[in-house]
Design a protein around this ligand. Structure first.
Ligand code: SF4
Length: 456
């Protein structure tokens, strides 16, 4: 199954045969198409297409090439329509210093506003960056765009951009350009995109793959791109299809018919399901098996706001503690986490975070001072006694920096959080006693063993 994660079916080039093009996509094995908005008129057509076709979702955006047309009404339109169930992202947004049809200042202003809307609406970003790598990364970091997450669309082979976006937890989308004979450098960098971060796209009607080059592109042509990506990565077509499909489903929350629960109770504790995103892909993660934990469906179709969480939590005084956990890494959504924790503390609740300990790597700063007074206990998954074992079972986006980062997080946490525990899952091959030694003797924190295969 395939997903075209970036199409522009609203384009006039489909005026005469749009229905046929959408039918062709289904026949070619595409399960979903995400139609990407670039201006208000295009966003309106996108919304219509998403309403008309079950397999089409859409994003709402303001492309950097059309920034001069943007006014407050444009932002109002996006904000108003973002709650639509078929809207799965904010973008296309970003910077384009190649065409420069708008001033850099205007582009940056619109980009910042859309990052802020994505965070408020809890939707991922679809980023366009052309000849503007440094400013794109700088603005995402300054505006904490990693809290929304998203995808770098139409990856062109810029290695710095790739590394930075991977570190920020973003997905990378590759399109038809990968099939072009003169794209050897692009193909080389694609080898470094982990399968767990890869998306496929057409960017149709542009960038048709090599066998259709010069023609109008369409979602059905994505198969050629998938085949080339598989060849470059030295895996089968099925493997690339499976990963890119699951990545799209996770990122854009596609096809979720029933919204998962955002708060749930286990053993007199209330758990908060802030996000399904994570900087790890642990081999033992419950998410690999099912969306259910102790009978609670945790697959959320949209990340909840602080207000939604607090409303769903209701009277928290009856719980012995409130735990940020869920089906992903809660510190990715740091500002929402802090907002909720502050309100819970005012109500006298005990607050705990279950984390993979990569919060400082995710945000590129020490976040622990910000948690002082808001969090009473933190449980950090240490998971291994050395970096190689850690990466073998956790597949962190931070690679070899992850394990050291987790240990540093544990050490630093003691300064700001009263109860600090390192945990380990009894995955076969992991030296649990060596982990205990590291926790208790080196890091001087409590230690807890979690049984492999037991969830919740
Ligand atoms: S850190 Fe937790 S949520 Fe993330 S992949 Fe590992 S087990 Fe799953």
């Amino acid at each position: 199954m395939l997903v075209d994660s970036h199409a522009h079916l609203e384009d006039d080039k489909y005026s005469n045969d749009r229905a046929k093009v959408i039918e062709n996509a289904g026949l070619a094995g595409l399960k979903y198409i995400i139609n990407i908005g670039t201006d208000i008129e295009g966003n309106k057509i996108s919304l219509k297409l998403a309403a008309e076709y079950d397999n089409i979702y859409c994003t709402l955006g303001l492309h950097p090439n059309y920034c001069s047309e943007v006014d407050e009404m444009s932002y109002d339109f996006i904000n108003k329509n973002a709650a639509n169930r078929k809207v799965v992202g904010i973008g296309e947004t970003g910077l384009d210093y190649f065409r420069n049809t708008c001033s850099k200042e205007d582009q940056q202003k619109v980009f910042k506003r859309l990052i802020s809307i994505a965070k408020e609406q809890c939707l991922p970003l679809v980023i366009h960056s052309r000849d503007a790598s440094q400013d794109t990364i700088r603005i995402i970091k300054e505006e904490n765009g990693q809290e929304a997450g998203g995808v770098l669309h139409c990856f062109t082979g810029d290695r710095m951009l790739l590394e930075e976006f991977l570190k920020l937890g973003f997905y990378i989308a590759v399109g038809g350009a990968v099939t072009y004979p003169n794209a050897a450098a692009l193909r080389e960098t694609i080898k470094d995109i982990p399968l767990s971060r890869l998306l496929l796209e057409t960017d149709c009607p542009y960038l048709a793959p090599q066998s259709k080059r010069g023609q109008r592109n369409e979602p059905a042509f994505i198969k050629e791109t998938a085949e080339k990506a598989a060849e470059i990565k030295g895996v089968t077509f099925e493997t690339v299809s499976k990963w890119s499909f699951l990545n799209s489903v996770y990122l854009f929350k596609l096809g979720i018919k029933q919204r998962g629960t955002i708060v749930y109770e286990i053993n007199n504790s209330l758990y908060i399901n802030l996000t399904n995103r994570c900087s790890n892909h642990c081999s033992f993660c419950a998410r690999n098996e099912s969306t259910l934990v102790k009978g609670h469906n945790l697959a959320i179709d949209r990340e909840p706001s602080a207000e939604e969480i607090l409303k769903a939590a209701g009277d928290v005084s009856k719980y012995k503690e409130v735990v940020f956990c869920g089906f992903g890494e809660p510190t990715i959504r740091l500002s929402v986490l802090k907002e909720i924790a502050a309100k819970l503390k005012l109500k006298g609740s005990k607050v705990r975070i279950d984390t993979n300990g990569q919060g400082n790597l995710i945000h590129g700063r020490n976040i622990l001072p910000e948690l002082k007074g808001l969090v009473d206990a933190v449980s950090v998954s240490l998971n291994a006694s050395n970096s190689d074992d850690y990466q073998r079972i956790c597949f962190s986006q931070f690679k070899e920096a992850a394990y050291t980062g987790v240990k540093e997080f544990l050490k630093e946490a003691k300064k700001y959080i009263p109860e600090v525990t390192a945990s380990v899952v009894t995955v076969p091959g992991i030296d649990v006693e060596a982990c205990r030694k590291i926790a208790e003797e080196e890091l001087k924190v409590s230690f807890r063993i979690r049984q492999f295969g037991r969830v919740g």
